[in-house]
Write a protein that binds this ligand. Structure first.
Ligand code: ADP
Ligand code: MG
Ligand code: MG
Length: 252
């Protein structure tokens, strides 16, 4: 059993007007096998949390800790975080010029495992994972993120998650820009990894609709860089009905 623990995390971002405080003391603990939904209004700091865990250089942790089984994640390089078992879907959001999906996946797998996967097994695993996500085999020979549609980017994220078998996956707005069919396929992918491994999932989303497909064990409502409320799946249902208005009274 593993635990990803976020303790009193404060993060600021450099803007042309100077440093801006965005996270103001986030506490959150995710154990293996659990799914935690992070919900909240736009601009509340959800993506900042994801980028901070990923080690994005623009986000400066001014205090607090992120621990993976007691190890200091914030002291790790981005590669070390991946090797430690963290999967951060936004880690490779940019086009990787001239690198095919197939090569990219094998390189990532090799880096994380510390050795190249056995070729025959690997080719079969990739084929199966792509079939599961209803991806055309031709996709494997395209360059990473080059001309990918929103749906293709999301499927590529989940494809990586399926093949890299992380301890913890941070999925930011996995549902944005997906039509209902694509949403179902992507959600099935997440659920497949959840049912076949002990992955812990941090599912970040503004909307409740993906939670109709992926049931969270815990829901945390983010407001103004902090967790304003937490509960079980019923909290997501209340947000669906009521929106975020009641959290925003008095914050502006
Ligand atoms: P969410 O994902 O909940 O919509 P974000 O974490 O993206 O929220 O943003 C939180 C706040 O931080 C917003 O006010 C946003 O404008 C600001 N912010 C985030 N990233 C940056 C950045 N790189 N530069 C300047 N401001 C940023
Ligand atoms: Mg966001
Ligand atoms: Mg499980």
């Amino acid at each position: 059993m593993s635990t990803l623990e976020i303790r009193d995390l404060h993060v600021s971002v450099e803007t042309p007007e100077g440093a801006k405080q965005i996270l103001r003391g986030v506490d959150l603990s995710v154990s293996s096998g659990q799914t935690h939904a992070i919900m909240g209004p736009n601009g509340s700091g959800k993506s900042t949390l994801a980028y901070s865990i990923a080690g994005h250089p623009k986000y400066e942790v001014t205090s607090g800790e992120v621990l993976l089984d007691g190890e200091d994640v914030l002291a790790m390089t981005v590669d070390e975080r991946a090797r430690a078992g963290l999967f951060l879907a936004m880690q490779y959001p940019v086009e990787v010029a001239g690198v095919t999906v197939s090569n990219f996946l094998r390189t990532a797998k090799t880096a994380i495992d510390g050795k190249a996967p056995a070729l025959r097994q690997w080719v079969g695993d990739v084929r199966t994972a792509m079939e599961n996500l209803r991806m055309d085999p031709v996709f494997a020979e395209r360059n990473v993120n080059e001309g990918f549609s929103g749906g293709e980017k999301k499927r590529h994220e989940i494809l990586q998650m399926e093949l890299l078998s992380p301890k913890f996956a941070v999925l930011d707005e996995t549902d944005s820009g997906l039509d209902v069919d694509a949403l179902r396929i992507v959600s099935e992918g997440v659920n497949r990894v959840k049912s076949t491994t002990d992955v812990g999932v941090l599912l970040i989303t503004h909307y409740t609709r993906i939670l109709n497909y992926i049931t969270p064990d815990f829901v945390h409502v983010f407001v103004d860089g902090r967790v304003a409320e937490q509960g079980g799946p019923e909290l997501a249902e209340r947000l669906e009905a009521e929106g975020y208005d009641r959290y925003l009274v008095g914050t502006n």
